[in-house]
Write a protein that binds this ligand. Structure first.
Ligand code: APR
Length: 316
């Protein structure tokens, strides 16, 4: 029997992720969106690609959650995306309301699923989804680090004219402009990047990776990135469904790790059939720890704004 994956949000990120997951062939996919007929139309189009790409998996679209019942993994991409001039944080309260409503439906119909949060601002949205779901933290985590490192790895591979396969990198912290690339752990074929590139060049690539999402928004003008984000989602879904025990940077609810409590921040984790099976702790330098604290503080600010808005909503 195939696994079942639901993708909520049939926009650019969700539809492209659904397409990639359907293409894997070993998971049936349900695509959910509020817009009438949109997920149905996209899902049918993808289903009809099956004979060509060799996928027997089913994919259906729906405006309700019944068809998603008992999913193994649910990917939440529902929300609004950035337009030029907007930061990820500008999306905060709109996407908070959307992800709260979506999570309640997901929990009701798939009480044992693993949730992968994607909606931005990611760290704050994961916090909201985690708290709304009531799931253990192992079953609710977010996609950001895989994308951020993919961008960093792309730029390094381009610069050195080497295979992207041989470039390894890690980032910590929030999915924002203050994310913390761990340059010490960035290697090319196992060789530290500092042996291959001048420090100044490394820093230029770090800056470009940090602003990678914004660079795409500026070019697209009507939305934000979705090809690399959907590829990153698919890698995480695959790690869970195939119990691959991959060590990947993900956004996770921390309970004391890295000195951070009750806050969702990006860290390296182990992903397998149990979801986030372990938070990997590495020893940070004083500068790295300070940068991580700064990044966590920005996430905390957004979480506080959400708490205040929720408190006001409760009083109204
Ligand atoms: N339930 C289900 N779907 C919803 C809901 C809801 N309550 N509210 C909005 N949506 C849907 C929209 O109808 C739309 O089809 O979410 C989809 C979002 O798609 P896009 O606008 O194309 O945005 P996308 O580029 O896919 O980004 C989605 O992922 O990377 C993040 O920052 C990005 O937060 C954004 C999210």
């Amino acid at each position: 029997m195939r696994s079942k994956v639901t993708v909520v949000g049939a926009g650019n990120v969700g539809a492209t992720a659904a397409q990639r997951i359907h293409g894997l062939g070993y998971a049936d996919v349900v695509l959910v969106d509020v817009v009438p007929d949109l997920p149905q139309g996209k899902a049918l189009d993808m289903l009809e690609s099956g004979p060509v790409i060799g996928s027997d998996a089913s994919i259906i679209g729906s405006n309700t959650y019944e068809a998603s019942a008992n999913s193994d993994v649910v990917v939440i991409t529902a929300g609004i995306a950035r337009k030029p001039g907007m930061s990820r944080d500008d999306l905060l309260l709109t996407n908070m309301k959307i992800t709260s409503a979506v999570t309640q439906e997901v929990v009701k119909h798939s009480p044992n699923c693993i949730i992968i949060a994607v909606t931005n601002p990611l760290d704050a949205m994961l916090q909201n989804i985690y708290e709304t779901s009531g799931f253990p933290r192992s079953r609710v985590f977010g996609m950001a680090g895989v994308l951020d490192t993919a961008r960093f790895r792309t730029f390094i591979a381009q610069e050195l004219n080497v295979s992207v396969d041989d470039v390894q990198a890690y980032v910590l912290g929030g999915h924002g402009d203050d994310m913390v690339p761990l340059v010490r752990y960035t290697t090319v074929g196992g060789i530290p990047i500092s042996d291959l590139m001048a420090e100044e060049k490394v820093q230029q690539l770090v800056t470009r990776a940090r602003q990678g999402g914004g660079e795409i928004v500026q070019l697209l003008k009507t939305g934000s990135a979705f090809y690399a984000p959907s590829a990153s989602i698919t890698q995480m879904v695959e790690a869970v469904l195939l119990d691959r025990k991959r060590i990947l940077p993900c956004c996770a609810y921390l309970q004391g790790e890295y000195g951070i409590n009750d806050l969702c921040v990006g860290v390296p984790v182990k992903l397998g059939a149990g979801g986030m099976e372990q938070v990997i702790q590495i020893k940070l330098t004083r500068d790295e720890q300070a940068a991580l604290k700064r990044s966590a503080a920005s996430v905390k600010e957004l979480v506080d704004v959400m708490r205040k808005a929720k408190g006001q909503g409760a009083k109204a």
